[in-house]
Write a protein that binds this ligand. Structure first.
Ligand code: TXA
Ligand code: MG
Length: 343
């Protein structure tokens, strides 16, 4: 299959909408990461997503809508008060809410669960695509399973060339990490995957929040995850990754010592402004500015770069696990199999 890469225009959106309506797949930008979309109401189309990604069949997909009116037919029961407050505060935006699902959602989307994740993205191209398709769009991140999520159209092309007919190029993604997944089926909203909507923001909108314990540690032996995605390491760099946490100068001394002992092909991930602490060693800056949102926006591109360059020993600074920093440490921590050294 020949994969077309088109800039976002009214014509390319119409073409993409047509492909989705006809049961095909499209790579498209969102404010978080690029998605690989199919008609969420068509189980056969959704199955093709799993094939194109090489995704385990037990990991459910998020259903994307452009308007609230699309939601009631997709869920079972009413919208709980906490969910209502979150929707009013943070949609459209980088937040996915888990509801009991209706029969309209095929088992391919929910991977056999009786719940469905719904997200209303803010990216204008994503919204226009959902409207052009005229159906809700099921979309995971548009990477091949086990690769970092794509934050540019080129990343999607690198992973999906020849597997899908069309990728819409909307430039680099703003947020850079996937949406916050929040289970709103219980009494207190529970964060299953941290993202751009932070626990602090959730508590502010609806008074309470819980962060699932498995967000910052590996699953325990025999533990059943609340979200199937927690089972998977998602992405493991080709090289071994260790994270160092502590005061900046002490971290730099510890990293330099390990770097200097390492054989060839070592690399350091450091916050912008910290490069000088590492002298002539090979440093890849984590973002443009020393802020968690800048690190989030850069993170997946940096991880792809490490693989492209064949880095074998990777030493990374930690970021404060506050605000969107929690999402960064969740993704970085998993990439490192939670190998975190406290300095
Ligand atoms: O920002 C995002 O969320 C991006 C863009 C494209 O919207 N999508 C995305 O999808 O990251 P994906 O499939 O890569 O990650 C979805 C995560 C998985 O960890 C999955 O296990 C979890 O959401 N999930 C989906 N439906 C769920 C459900 N019903 N219950 C629990 N977890 C669910
Ligand atoms: Mg993904």
């Amino acid at each position: 299959m020949n994969t077309k890469l088109l800039p976002v225009t009214p014509e390319s959106i119409a073409e993409a909408g047509e492909i989705i309506r006809a049961g095909g797949l499209v790579g498209f930008p969102t404010e978080t990461v690029y998605g690989l979309g199919a008609n969420a109401l068509n189980g056969d189309a959704v199955r093709m997503i799993f094939e194109a990604k090489g995704r385990p069949g037990d990991n459910p997909l998020i259903t994307h809508v452009a308007t609230e009116a699309e939601i009631p037919p997709l869920i079972r029961g009413h919208i709980p008060a906490a969910a209502r407050a979150l929707m009013d505060a943070y949609w459209p935006g980088p937040m996915t809410l888990i509801f009991p699902k209706s029969d309209l959602i095929p088992p391919e989307v929910s991977a056999g669960l009786d719940t469905v994740g719904i997200r209303m993205p803010s990216h204008p191209a994503a919204r226009a695509l959902i409207q052009a398709a005229g159906v809700p769009i099921a979309a995971p991140s548009a990477n091949r399973s086990g690769r970092p999520s794509p934050t540019t159209a080129k990343h999607v092309m690198d992973d999906m060339d020849g597997r899908i007919p069309l990728i819409l190029d909307g430039g680099p993604c703003d947020v850079g990490v996937e949406s916050t997944v929040i289970d709103v089926t219980g009494d207190v909203p529970r964060v299953l995957r941290p993202g751009g909507v932070t626990p602090e923001m959730i508590a502010k909108a609806c008074g309470a929040v819980e962060v699932d314990g498995a967000v910052m540690r590996p699953l325990r032996e025999g533990e059943k995850p609340r979200s199937p995605g927690m089972k998977y390491r998602h992405y493991a760099p080709t090289g071994d990754l260790t994270i160092f946490e502590g005061e900046a100068e002490a971290v730099a001394r510890a990293i330099c010592a390990r770097y200097d002992e390492a054989p060839d092909n070592a690399a350091i991930l450091a916050l912008p402004g910290h490069e000088a602490l590492y002298g002539a060693r090979r440093v890849i800056p984590l973002g443009q500015a020393d802020s968690a949102s800048s690190v989030a926006a850069a993170l997946f591109a940096v991880l792809r770069q490490l693989d492209d360059e064949g880095a074998e020993h990777i030493f990374s600074e930690a970021v404060d696990a506050e605000g969107v920093g929690l999402a960064v440490m969740n993704r970085l921590g998993r990439a490192a199999a939670f190998h975190i050294v406290k300095v």
